[in-house]
Design a protein around this ligand. Structure first.
Ligand code: IMP
Length: 211
């Protein structure tokens, strides 16, 4: 049985960008979102083998500490010709402080080394895993992806991370050339295009009531 999310929800992130995006997505459902940072919760180590496992680790840790339901996401870029890399290591590939120009160049170098020069050989997808955990360990989990190809050189300055190299299927512009509404916006405003937007739609279907 699915459980509905109501009332107050901890957003298990210390990233202000993600927090703002999640607050915006949850607002139409009358959910009051507080961040793990605001509650002074720690950040668990992401030791999972896949996106779903890492989202679950973050949500369960926050729900147990805060004693109210918690929401977490994990996401990344999966490149077919690189056997799925950078995958769950997408953020780590950029280093600290994050340098995504270098991370995109590293991917391009590896693609060239493997002779991946045609669009068919440059297939990639973004994945978003979302998890809501309750203090009694009930879980609601969803996952979604958006497929595309990697272009070089990077195009556009919008978005973040690997956006400028990612050309979603059926579109002529990279995520880096799209507005945030085009990339993440939900219908009727946007296309529900991104992995996160698609995962959120799935979560809303099973666990959220529009106010
Ligand atoms: P997380 O905070 O562990 O989920 O890290 C996800 C990482 O994957 C980010 O730092 C980005 O490098 C990459 N990523 C995830 N979603 C996107 C996206 O929509 N555009 C570009 N890069 C993304």
């Amino acid at each position: 049985m699915h459980r509905r999310i109501t009332g107050k929800l901890v957003i298990a992130t210390h990233n202000p960008g993600k927090l703002a995006e999640m607050r915006e997505l949850l607002a139409p459902y009358g959910i009051e979102a507080v961040s793990a940072g605001e509650l002074g919760l720690g950040e668990p180590e992401e030791t999972g083998a896949d996106f779903r496992a890492n989202a679950r680790i973050k949500a369960v840790a926050a729900a147990r500490s805060a004693k109210i339901p918690a929401f977490a996401d994990d996401s990344g870029l999966v490149v077919d010709a690189l056997d799925g890399a950078p995958g769950i290591h997408s953020a780590r590939w950029a280093g600290k402080p994050a340098d995504f120009s270098a991370a995109m160049a590293r991917i391009e170098r590896l693609l060239q080394e493997r002779g991946a020069t045609t669009p068919e050989k440059r297939r990639a997808h973004f994945v978003s895993a979302l998890c809501v955990a309750w203090p009694d360990d009930h879980l609601e989990e969803v996952e979604a992806r958006v497929d595309g190809t990697l272009v070089w050189p990077p195009r556009g300055t919008a978005g973040f991370g690997y956006d400028p190299t990612f050309l979603p299927d059926g579109h002529a512009r990279t995520f880096g050339e799209m507005t945030s509404i085009e990339k993440h916006g939900l219908p009727p405003l946007g296309l529900g295009l991104s992995h996160r937007a698609r995962a959120f739609v799935k979560l809303a279907e099973i666990a959220l009531d529009r106010r």
